[in-house]
Design a protein around this ligand. Sequence first.
Ligand code: MRU
Length: 345
Amino acid sequence: MKVNGKDYLTVWMEGSSVMTINQPMLPHRFEVVALPTHRDTAEAIKTMVVRGAGAIGAAAGYGMAQVFAEAPADEPDRSAYIQDGYETLKNTRPTARDLFYSIDRVRAAADAAAEARTIAAEYIEAGRRIGEIGAELITDSMTVLTHCNAGWLAFVDWGSALAPIYFAHRAGRKVSVIADETRPRCQGSRLTAWELQQEGIPVKIIADNAAGLLMRRGEIDLVITGADRIAANGDVANKIGTYEKALCAKASGVPFYVAAPLSTFDLDCPDGNGIPIEQRGDEEVLYATGLTDDGKFTRVRLAPEGVEAINFAFDITPAELIDGIITERGVIKPVIDEIDKVAVR
Ligand code: MRU
């Protein structure tokens, strides 16, 4: 996708470095960072310099290829280094299934670097297919609500939830987007709004608690979100607040779709209760960071000193609230039989 008219991917390799866009700096500053070792790549995933299920998957896959390239030639040091690098990447973030999917694939491959490149290319192709397939749900003049950022910044290109919107827009349909701001890290207001603006798609940001009112007023035609992990029964883990949007959509009769590649399905989780939910630091809720009018990045405290916060990064949307899952192999119902037919093992 384009940034100021120039084509970019979210994650790629240059020499032995993983390259990515520094997402915490967006939308205020567009900055590409080089991650020379697997430890740098792991740190970038942990600190959310690179974030979003597919982007984490691609970066972790490349990180695992870095582990193989860095490992000493002789045994037993080589195996020990590879195991240690694998654990370092594995312990960065717990919820997105794509992270584990990628590092396991790269570790098992005969050629780690080639496998990591293949995974990244598959994400691009999956996003493109999700875009083509999902665009069929979007008719002219629709307003689509999305939560968090499930666009190209969350993948390698195209994205999941935003891909159908990009395709509908490029096909000449009028589509506008309502982006939930997505507290506490504001991926909706910072990243989704920026991505859509780059593509010239009309977008308005709403406070997280405004979606219910807009749905009841008939101002939202369709909801599409991404997913971090989808259980065998169709329960979906996605950014905290997704569950509430699904409840509002059901109560208001607004269709609610999830878009995700097949790598996000986890048949080892029978239902949403088996999906680990990341809990992050209090400071993300208690403070806000942004740009002052005179162009300085500043962190300000929002809450009283001494008050603690609860900061779960994801929630579970039960399958019964989801009308369909848009995958690269078509739109499926969130039921075990349909998931079992398409999921990768
Ligand atoms: O904590 P994040 O920003 O990594 O969470 C991202 C999301 O929840 C996205 O909606 C999700 O990854 C699906 S799109 C790849």
